[in-house]
Design a protein around this ligand. Structure first.
Ligand code: RIB
Ligand code: CA
Length: 321
């Protein structure tokens, strides 16, 4: 029996590759895709999600969600993904249309109707925070929630302290991390270094000769240039597909530990920082390694520290084949 999955996304070029991996997987049945403002405006994210569903020949409903963070204005990432989020190659709009139901209502309905369903978030956490605030019991309906986001004990990609998805809407992230959802946090650092889709990987993907592989490479052309400028690293960084690979195959998270994760929401300097007490210096029993009783206040987050890089790339190529 295929596992059920709900995907929340600010669909730009790396999100689209993650969507392809899920839509092409025989292990999960995607019950819905909800869109949120982030990399691009939510309307564009919705168009990009519909384009990707159509490219995969899938029949999965797309629900448009919240256009701006809970309390802040939206800062998009056009500089990284291009104005359309897909590298500005002028892809023809999909013939598919989004559902009339709002993403937040859809998250609540689908979560409550499918206890045990899995959730993955690939963008800012605004939709999920609103759904949880309206329906706190929803946190226990999801068996797991893989969050692509955060920079645990390491540098951020949008400020020295914060990763984009958390930085865009830190208040939403704080709500989600404190909600009792069973979260696995896949930080941006895991998609760098050996995990980057390098020249050999790009050649391997293009040799697959599939429309999805060609799209995965071409739509990330702007991202590849921006990533080089940002980090000096060559290749295509794919944080959302890395998170999707762990959703699909949990064993790809080679090393993880449980911590309560606090998100900075007041300081502008460290806005969106995911504060993880890896050494448990505050002696809080919600932290590993000495794992105490789970605090009633929140379910600790499982923070991934090491990825099975070979396994991640195998999952990527399987999704693009
Ligand atoms: O920081 C990387 C994350 O921000 C990815 O999800 C990317 O798509 C952007 O949303
Ligand atoms: Ca994303």
């Amino acid at each position: 029996m295929a596992r059920k999955l709900l995907i929340d996304t600010d669909t730009a070029s790396d999100d689209a590759v993650a969507l392809i991996m899920a839509l092409r997987s025989r292990d999960v049945e995607v019950l819905g895709i909800t869109t949120v403002g982030g990399n691009v405006a939510v309307e564009q994210a919705t168009r990009n999600a519909l384009f990707t569903v159509e490219l995969c020949g899938a029949a999965v409903p797309v629900y448009q969600g919240t256009g701006k963070p809970l309390l802040r204005t939206l800062d998009t990432a056009h500089w990284f993904h291009g104005r359309d989020g897909l590298g500005d190659h002028g892809y023809a709009p999909a013939r598919l249309h989004a559902e009339s139901e709002n993403a937040v209502d859809a998250i609540r309905r689908i979560g409550n109707a499918n206890p045990g369903i899995e959730l993955i978030t690939l963008g800012p956490l605004t939709n999920v925070a609103l759904a949880l605030a309206a329906d706190p019991g929803l946190a226990k309906k999801f068996s797991r929630c893989v969050v692509m986001g955060g920079a645990p004990c390491c540098e951020g990609n949008v400020t020295p302290a914060a990763e984009f998805n958390i930085w865009v809407d830190p208040e939403a992230a704080q709500v989600v991390f404190q909600s009792g959802l069973t979260i696995e946090m896949i930080g941006w650092q895991l998609s760098r270094g050996a995990a980057v889709m390098n020249a050999i990987d790009i050649d391997t993907a293009l040799k697959l000769g599939t429309p999805t592989a060609d799209f995965a490479v071409r739509s990330n052309s702007t991202a590849e240039t921006a990533f080089l400028k940002q980090t000096g690293e060559r290749g295509i960084a794919l944080p959302d597909p890395v998170a999707m690979s762990v959703l699909l195959q949990p064993a790809l998270s080679l090393k993880a530990s449980r911590h309560f994760v606090s998100v900075e929401t007041s300081s502008e300097l460290t806005r969106g920082m995911t504060v993880v007490d890896r050494l448990n210096v505050v002696k809080d029993d919600r932290n590993s390694p000495v794992w105490g009783e789970v605090s009633a206040r929140q379910t600790p987050v499982n923070v991934c520290w090491e990825l099975d890089v070979a396994g991640w790339k195998k999952a990527l190529f399987a999704g693009l084949a």
